[in-house]
Design a protein around this ligand. Structure first.
Ligand SMILES: [Fe+2]
Length: 298
């Protein structure tokens, strides 16, 4: 018998959530989740996955997005799946606590794979001269665009991961090239371009199915609609729409962010640049979708 008073067996603190492992045995885990307002969490299907997954809301309000549409869950409400057959995306409307029970152990799997990748992505962005919230901004904007463009819950979930992790491959680019103040040589630029392929490789090596899928999108985030991008010179609809979304969002964020060496552009000028490159660098439908949500940007 094991009485857990204040200290859980293990606790993982992430930027916008806390996971506490309360009990673990015979393959079953009981995990207390605390999500801060705005945080996202998901249940996702996987090959060879037969587990029962259950959650009960203890406090706060959380919105669930799945094939049945949007449902708000409140204390006492619960969700069961055995096994999970579709992506369910949860967004905390307030600070929320829920108990999550799963009949196949995943606490370490989850915390090691996803958290490590996310920490790595933040590290990369800081190394690259952005502030730590760059990844979050890219993710939020990509999700807004994905919804406008009619992506389903499964696709949104993978877009969520891919947009956050799009530049994770830069971890393999030597610092002296990534932070070089002057102009890059041709050879150095070729190395920078490899961050797309390295990103996919890093995510594939996790063997976490959703990260593997996200890796396919990450590899394409510098392809251009006119076929002049990299690494594979894909063009038009050969490029995944999720990647085309990240390309536009990343360009907009790069143009409007203050960097050490220059002040960011204002939103109208950055949108004019998106329009100027519409159908060349950027997928026209994604630019149109972006302009339709422009008024929501603060
Ligand atoms: Fe990139």
């Amino acid at each position: 018998m094991n009485i857990v008073k204040k200290n859980p067996l293990e606790k993982v603190l992430m930027k916008n959530m806390e996971l506490s492992l309360l009990a673990s045995g015979d393959g079953t885990e009981v995990i207390l989740h605390k999500l801060y307002a705005g945080a996202r969490w998901a249940m996702a299907p996987a090959d060879d996955w037969t587990a029962l997954e259950h959650l009960t809301i203890l406090s706060g309000r959380i919105k669930m997005n799945s094939s049945v549409g949007e449902v708000v869950l409140e204390p006492g409400d619960s969700v069961n799946a055995c096994p999970v057959k579709e992506h369910m995306i949860f967004t905390a409307e307030t600070e929320v606590e829920f108990l999550y029970v799963i009949s196949q152990p995943q606490f370490h799997f989850y915390s090691n794979s996803v958290k490590d990748m996310m920490d790595l992505a933040i590290l990369v962005e800081e190394k690259d001269g952005y502030t730590a919230d760059h990844c979050d901004r890219i993710k939020e904007l990509s999700m807004m665009l994905g919804k406008v463009m009619g992506l389903n819950a499964d696709e949104l979930y993978i877009l969520n991961l891919a947009s956050f992790l799009h530049d994770v491959g830069k971890v393999k680019v030597p610092d002296e090239i990534l932070n070089k103040p002057g102009k890059l040589t041709g050879e150095e630029y070729e190395i920078i371009k490899m961050h797309t392929v390295w990103g996919r490789e890093i995510l594939t090596e996790t063997n976490f199915p959703d990260l593997v899928k996200a890796g396919e999108i990450v590899e394409q985030h510098h392809e251009r609609y006119d076929g002049n991008g990299y690494p594979h010179q894909l063009k038009g609809d050969e490029i995944r729409v999720e990647a085309a979304i990240i390309t536009v969002v990343d360009a907009f964020d790069a143009m409007t962010s203050d960097r050490v060496y220059r002040k960011g552009m204002d939103y109208d000028d950055a949108c004019a640049e998106l329009v100027r490159h519409k159908g060349k660098m950027f997928h026209p439908n994604v630019v149109d979708a972006f302009l339709s949500i422009k008024h929501q940007l603060s």
